[in-house]
Design a protein around this ligand. Sequence first.
Ligand code: BGC
Ligand code: BGC
Length: 691
Amino acid sequence: MKNIKLTRQELLSLLADMSIEEKAGQLAQIPISACMEGVTEPTGPMAEMNLTPAQIALSGSVIAVRKIEAEACAQVVREITAMQPHHIPPLVMKDVIHGHQTMFPIPLAIGATFDEGVAEDMGRCGALEGAVSGTHVTFAPMVDVVRDPRWGRVMESPGESPLLCAKMGAAMVRGTRGNDISAPDRLAACAKHFVGYGASQAGQDYAPIDVSRTELYNTYLPPFQACVDAGVDMVMPAFVSIDRIPCVCNEWLLKDVLRGRMGFKGMIISDWDDPHQLMYHGVAADMREVSKLCIGSGLDMDMMSFAHLNHLADLVREGIVDESTLDAACLHVLELKNELGLFHQPVKNDSNACQESVCGNPEIRKAAFEAAVKSCVLLKNDGALPLKKGAKVALVGSHANEHAILGGWTLDADTESTRTLLESFGADERITLVSPEEADVILLATGEKQQDTGEDTSKAHPYLTAAQMEELRRLHTLGKPVVMLLFCGRPLVLTDALPMCDALLNVWFPGSEGADAIRALVMGDENPSGHASMTFPRALGQVPIHHDRLSAARPHVENAIYVNRYIDESHYPLFPFGYGLSYTTFAVDASADGQTVSAKVTNTGAVRGDTVVQVYGRLQHSRLIRPEKQLLAWQRVSLAPGECREISFRITPDMLRMYDAQGAAVEAEGLCDIAVGEDSAVPFSLTVPMN
Ligand code: BGC
Ligand code: BGC
């Protein structure tokens, strides 16, 4: 594929031949609808954007936020390419967050699989469908470490652990981009939101954050570093600020940290209209200053605020911005286009028929099904699951006949044709669907609405609704086993609901194959194996609550006073991070020999199943305080009844390295306490030396 790319010299010659207007134009992203008759974006009519045909012709990229057919997309690319003075094709970008047309479970659910292969598959399938539909670049993976279930965007992240975000994020990058993004089935990947967006205060979207540099280095940056190391093509600064300087114009963050320290060489794109926010912050007086600040701080492309498009060329001509600064930014855009092979092949597919035959093909649907099976978390089971053959089953609740089980960031999927639980269970001849009064067992499918998840869906009340609780109460009084199938994009506070459930399967938003995957689990064709990717709080007042919070003074001791505790609530969550049951049981017997931790894992039950063996650690001594418990490694193990397997992990000092406020490494020394088990509540039982 190499020969379809320009050489470095050809790229530099192209740059040298471009006018200032052309170079500034390459740094602008405009809506694809600006180039399509009769299509408008939800942000407002085109007239308000004041885009002239000349500006459209110079734009370096278009963003699509709705379904577009391959032929229509190809036409836009060809038109802009023809109009651009050097025939430079535009980049087509889209949010392919958890699948494109075939939806996988939401990323928080992918985190719950603890299976990097699943994350990679999701990236691969989304890229395949996205590329054949005309997209070049996806705004994924999102690797914000998330600890606050009030924040609706937790659904987009692999979870609360920096390591889980790092490993799953890197796997998504690998799956999305492969080794060569010019391949017909690949997309370029973008790590977002850089950085600390997950710390938005009180879980409110776009709210300020206050993250120290120490927390940046130790908690929020590592997932981005993992994506950079995996070859991520693009990075998107977050809507938030570090040191009171918005990330989008934070020179220290973008230049010193991202490019210098982390070694990122790709393109930096703003979030949607984020440069413009500098005016609301009062950081810039007008859009001209916005463009000047952003380009000077290291931002390359401006998504949808048109600051560069309207002002950057003037700023360069007037000598306020150096032309070399413009050149450097423009080169990042040209390099990405070249890596995608766009100079030789601006359009990867222009056939709707080809798009239709690839999207939703059986192999992709199978991968989505397997991801859904592995992501559901069995939180409680008093024996009501799996259902018995011949059972009379009531399937009720707000989500029993719901097509919208895909989760937020579903732009291209056909929600209305997504199978509902009633359609799936209704086709299963092993059971009979009846009313709750006639039933042996009641399945209550309930939870959040799809549109309650994703951007701008923060909640002050992350609970089941009053009506949903009322329905649960009513069903519970019938005196039959009630199995809750809980749809959610975040951990809900389930403390009041739990005692009324005989079993509780957390199904997140499971995606296109979700209904069949849930049925397979409920019927026992498949065995639940997901493990919570975020802590489930017992009370909202405990938030933020996560397994790896920093150690406290006067640490918690049960029934003691003047210790770290609540006087009116348990110290502990309802379900810890990493928690998840199975239809079988496992015994984990761990031992340590030097830095090698071994675990004999036995399936002690009657059916085959998977568990996730997790290793947590905490250094006994270090100059900096550390997480009470930190996920260091895990392994998913699949065992037949009675089968035993020994697995091992090497626990090395780099896993426990920390960074101080100056970003200097604090190497792990001495002894490290180790806990091995099936969730993060397992106590420390071993010690390994760090040197
Ligand atoms: C979101 C990004 C997204 C972008 C483009 C923004 O509002 O914060 O995550 O990639 O829109 O849709
Ligand atoms: C409290 C201080 C107090 C000291 C002596 C500590 O536990 O935090 O505020 O002055 O005890 O009573």
